[in-house]
Design a protein around this ligand. Structure first.
Ligand code: IPM
Ligand code: MG
Length: 361
């Protein structure tokens, strides 16, 4: 069976890191005898430049046909002065919404080889391995009404709406419980139920769904406390379930715990497990085109793509093992190297992972 993979290189370092991940996928396909068909399209700033739209129709058509999508990153200073509705980030929000990618998985795990990179004390983060499950197509990011308006007396007023219905909460909660089943059986749901009605409903629905998963240990935490606990004792968490805005914030904190945001992959899935996979890091325009970017987050995103959308677990395992192998061998891109003199280029890192896949399998 063939699988269609759409590449969306995007902006900044996106094209460089996606290219290395594509090479790794091609090498993996050869070893595991997979039939992968690649397409490529524009999203973000590059799409604004070429099509006048951050999520153009040509991209939408290919995205809807794809079994899975691999994205680099979007955005950069070039487009920062555009009005909100025309910015590269809107392309990302539009594709999430168009494909109903409501389930965002953001694992944060500390590679023992990189323990020194964390800004927290090594014993607080050694062995850290948590999963943030962020609702991605609802909440205040998409709620209506929204806007900035000027009243009759000339005073401007900005507003957004935080809204979730019970269906949206129930479907993401169910998936989070299922992920907890495959992990250590603990789920912490993060809300602000002491203040916000929408998250009071969130807490009620998550509690209702928990009846279907009696073996999972469910806890609830207010978001301010969760932010504190993440930097105080991060290993208390296994799966963290939360809404769109809180998930945006807490996932950056969780990423930083590992000290190497250049290592972290993510997946955004819909109900049919079709998904968009992207590194957690951004477009890093300051180093774009310089061969300095770490491609491992995108390569690990490609592994998630094989696991979750193509159901090719062994091929995903092989990529993750190859990444471990190159780290053990001491290869480091600039972001994780101890000195710039020792840093490997983006391409050299890609070469090493490709070689490891071929030799280990
Ligand atoms: C993320 C990013 C996006 C978000 C931006 C770029 C729209 O911060 O994926 O976390 O806020 O969701
Ligand atoms: Mg974010």
């Amino acid at each position: 069976m063939s699988h269609r993979i759409l590449l969306l290189p995007g902006d900044g370092i996106g094209p460089e890191v996606v290219e290395q991940a594509r090479r790794v996928l091609v090498a993996t396909a050869r070893v595991f005898d997979l039939d992968l068909i690649f397409d490529s399209a524009d999203l973000g700033g590059v799409a604004i430049d070429r099509h006048g739209d951050p999520y153009p129709e040509s991209t939408r058509l290919l995205a809807r046909q794809a079994d899975a999508i691999l994205l680099g990153a979007v955005g950069g200073p070039k487009w920062d002065t555009l009005p909100a509705a025309q910015r590269p980030e809107r392309g990302l929000l539009a594709i999430r919404s168009d494909l109903d990618l409501f389930c965002n998985l953001r694992p944060a795990m500390l590679y023992p080889q990189l323990a020194d990179a964390s800004s927290l004390k090594p014993d607080l983060v050694a062995g850290l391995n948590l999963l943030i499950v962020r609702e991605l197509t609802g909440g205040i990011y998409f709620g209506e009404p929204r806007g900035v308006e000027t009243s009759a007396d000339g005073v401007r007023r900005g507003f957004n709406t935080d809204v979730y219905d019970e269906t949206e909460i129930g479907r993401i909660a169910r998936l989070a419980f299922q992920f907890a089943q495959k992990r250590n059986g603990r789920l912490c749901s993060v809300d602000k139920a002491n203040v916000l009605e929408v998250t009071m409903l969130w807490r009620d629905i998550v509690t209702e769904v928990s009846a279907e998963f009696p073996e999972i240990e469910l806890s609830h935490m207010y978001v301010d406390n969760a932010a504190m606990q993440l930097v105080r004792e991060p290993k208390q968490f296994d799966v963290v379930l939360t809404g769109n805005l809180f998930g945006d914030i807490l996932s950056d904190t969780a990423a930083m715990l590992t000290g190497s945001i250049g290592m972290l992959p993510s997946a955004s899935l819909n109900a049919e497990s079709r998904g968009l996979y992207e590194p957690v890091h951004g477009s890093a325009p300051d180093i774009a085109g310089a061969g300095k970017a770490n491609p491992l987050a995108t390569i690990l995103s490609a592994a998630m793509l094989l696991r979750y959308s193509l159901d090719e677990g062994p091929a995903a395992d092989a990529i993750e093992a190859a990444v471990e192998h190159v780290l053990n061998a001491g290869l480091r891109t600039l972001d994780i190297a101890s000195s710039s003199a020792d840093a490997a280029t983006t391409e050299a890192m890609g070469d090493a992972v490709v070689a490891a896949i071929t030799s280990l399998s």
